[in-house]
Design a protein around this ligand. Structure first.
Ligand SMILES: *Cc1c(COP(=O)(O)O)cnc(C)c1O
Length: 417
């Protein structure tokens, strides 16, 4: 195997977020072998609190001070993590009643929580209005239902209008605006709905314009932000009140695959710096917020599983672990990837193997499907039954974005360290 370099997949940049001590990966100052004992079972997700804190500090230091940071709770709704984020960011964006409950259990002011997502039920709208969170309205029907529910409750609903922009965020991992979408109202329909929101008596807060997700191109993000500001200025003339919040979306990506580089924040910061005075002129009362999920939490988490079997099939070595796609769907390559590529993976209990003690291995999960892959022909230290495998970049879209019911195995543990 080692003599056939064509079989070797390109490698990742070294993972520098987590320390190594005595040959073992550390999370929050604790060796993961020890952490596994503390948790009591594998597999589990471990999130490093200090990495969350330093990521937000890095953003604050890089972006203009006037830019507010919102955390998009769906990226990782673990209550302890959301609690930690409450002390770091300016607002939360939620997309279900259950995420809203987690957000409201923290010290975050309800008025700094916005509730987006198509197809909010009457029950969700009613809970949100009663809580005093800001509804991000996704359609005319939703605006009318919100108004009716507000009347019934005797509470004036706070509302943003979510816009499906008339442009796309190019080369983003996931396009969420432009073209025909289930999200928001088309920019060209927005003037009429903005007038109706006024007539319905909703407490208008502003606009949310979200165009894409997981972009590693600063130029692309800056471009989308410029177009967002232009669109907001055009729509402001039709608004039924002052724009107090302008949520310009996010889209900041993190590197997952070999060859990808971390996002360079400088061009984004420069562009925002250039726009802010113009926004201040046109929309003097608007707070400008960006909403980020994976960029804030994705690199702060690892998924730890244990090797339960080691076998060879037709010359290839397979490590079978107790974790897999039922907890970490994205790392298996089955959450939106067109061509499967490896997430960064390490043998957490053997971080510093000698060159002659490495091998090319496949790491697979326990599910009865060939889709259950954590590493495809990766060069890694030679591991055995009992060793721990770490999948990095696992702080976002892990347990709640994976088919945890598939094969009826137990859910993954989660710890914030
Ligand atoms: C999912 C989502 C986000 C967060 O996306 P990330 O790629 O995790 O940053 C932000 N805003 C909206 C409206 C979303 O739906």
């Amino acid at each position: 195997m080692m003599s056939n370099p064509r079989n070797i997949r390109p490698v990742h940049a070294p993972q520098t977020h987590f320390q190594t001590e005595n040959n073992c990966l550390m999370v929050g100052g604790i060796a993961v072998t020890r952490l596994a004992q503390r948790v009591g079972a594998t597999p589990f997700f471990a999130y490093d609190r200090s990495l969350l804190t330093s990521r937000v500090a890095h953003l604050r230091a890089s972006l203009p001070a006037a830019i507010e940071l919102h955390y998009s709770v769906k990226a990782n709704p673990m209550p302890a993590l959301v609690q930690h984020m409450a002390g770091l960011v300016d607002g939360f964006d939620v997309a279900s009643a259950s995420e809203m409950r987690v957000a409201l259990d923290t010290p975050m002011d309800a008025a700094e929580v916005s509730f987006a997502g198509p197809g909010k039920t009457d029950a969700e709208l009613s809970q949100a209005v009663a809580a005093g969170v800001v509804l991000s309205l996704e359609s005319p029907g939703e605006a009318r239902r919100a108004a009716r529910i507000g009347e019934a409750l005797g509470i004036r609903p706070k509302a943003l209008l979510r816009i499906n922009p008339d442009f796309e965020m190019k080369s983003s991992g996931m396009k969420m605006g432009g073209g025909a979408r289930q999200f928001g109202v088309d920019a060209e329909e927005a003037p009429a709905l903005l007038r109706e929101i006024g007539a319905l008596g909703l407490d208008f807060h502003g606009l949310q314009i979200f165009s894409g997700s997981q972009s590693l191109s600063a130029g692309t993000i800056a471009d989308a932000q410029s177009q967002t500001f232009q669109l907001a200025q055009r729509l402001a003339d039709h608004a039924p009140g002052t724009i107090r919040l302008l949520n310009i979306g996010g889209g900041f990506g993190i590197p997952y695959f070999p060859g990808e580089q971390p996002l360079d924040l400088h061009p984004i910061a420069d562009n925002l710096e250039a726009w802010l005075p113009r926004v201040k002129d046109a929309l003097p009362e608007a707070h400008v917020a960006i909403e980020l999920g994976r960029y804030l939490v994705g690199e702060a988490g690892v998924y730890i599983s244990r090797v339960t079997d080691r076998k060879v099939s037709r010359g290839q070595t397979f490590l079978v672990t107790d974790g897999g796609m039922h907890h970490q769907l994205a790392a298996s390559g089955n959450l939106g990837q067109v061509i499967r590529k490896n997430y960064p993976v390490a043998i957490a209990s053997r971080m510093e193997a000698a060159e002659d003690d490495t091998e090319i291995v496949n790491i697979v999960g326990p599910l009865c499907t060939p889709l259950d892959i954590l590493a495809d022909r990766m060069p890694l230290p030679r591991a055995d039954v009992g060793d721990l495998v770490a999948v990095f970049q696992s702080g976002a879209y892990g347990p709640t974005a994976s088919p945890s019911g598939f094969l009826s195995r137990p859910p993954a543990g989660e710890v914030l360290v």
